[in-house]
Design a protein around this ligand. Structure first.
Ligand code: SF4
Ligand code: SF4
Length: 190
């Protein structure tokens, strides 16, 4: 669990950096990019640690559900793509093939953590937020987001007339949108 907290802490502190110093800001952006690029490795480590802990200490699955929902209250739907052992297996099985990648979402249909934390995306303490004063409407965030790519008429991260992709049920906090923003107008923060 310490590993989970440490990863979350490091991750959030990086994403929340306002980059006041250009050198520090650039470094932070590089590190954040690196962490997001290595998400699947982090998922395998954290998911493996969670599975091993549950197996070793014979922990009831109900506690894992409570933990997953708790992370939803604070961070939104982070559990699926950053912590879930089953999510990792599904990504391994389905993610490698274009033919099956679209089926990834189906394994979540019976998962209470996915349901609860997805619905909590709208109200979680940490959320993806835009600074409208600095946004230059370049659209790079939307191009990186699978939600606004699949349903451009419905979702956007910067167009005020559309639903915020980051608040949508299906946003699993991959944070590719945050990294794609060229001037830090998009942040994952309180
Ligand atoms: S984190 Fe950003 S890019 Fe990823 S699904 Fe959510 S809104 Fe889209
Ligand atoms: S990538 Fe950043 S600057 Fe460009 S539209 Fe999105 S939020 Fe605005």
């Amino acid at each position: 669990m310490d590993e989970v907290r440490e990863v979350s802490y490091n991750y959030l502190s990086l994403v929340n950096s306002n980059g006041a110093c250009p050198i520090v800001g650039l470094k932070m952006k590089k590190i954040t990019k690196f962490i997001i690029a290595k998400r699947i490795i982090i998922l395998s480590i954290v998911g493996g640690a969670i599975y091993a802990t549950m197996y070793y200490f014979n922990i009831n699955i109900g506690y894992l559900v409570l933990f997953g929902i708790g992370t939803g209250v604070i961070f939104g739907k982070v559990f699926c793509r950053w912590m879930c052992p089953i999510g990792f297996l599904m990504e391994m099985i389905m993610g490698g093939s274009k033919q099956f990648s679209s089926m990834y979402q189906y394994h979540k249909m019976g998962c209470p953590i996915a349901w609860a934390s997805g619905l909590l995306n709208k109200w979680s303490i940490f959320r993806i937020k835009i600074n409208k004063d600095t946004c230059i409407s370049c659209g790079k965030c939307d191009k990186e987001c699978y939600l606004s790519t699949i349903e451009p008429a419905k979702y956007s991260l910067y167009k005020p007339t559309k639903q915020n992709s980051g608040d949508a049920y299906s946003c699993s906090k991959c944070l590719k949108c945050v990294v794609a923003c060229p001037n830090g107008s998009l942040k994952y923060k309180i």
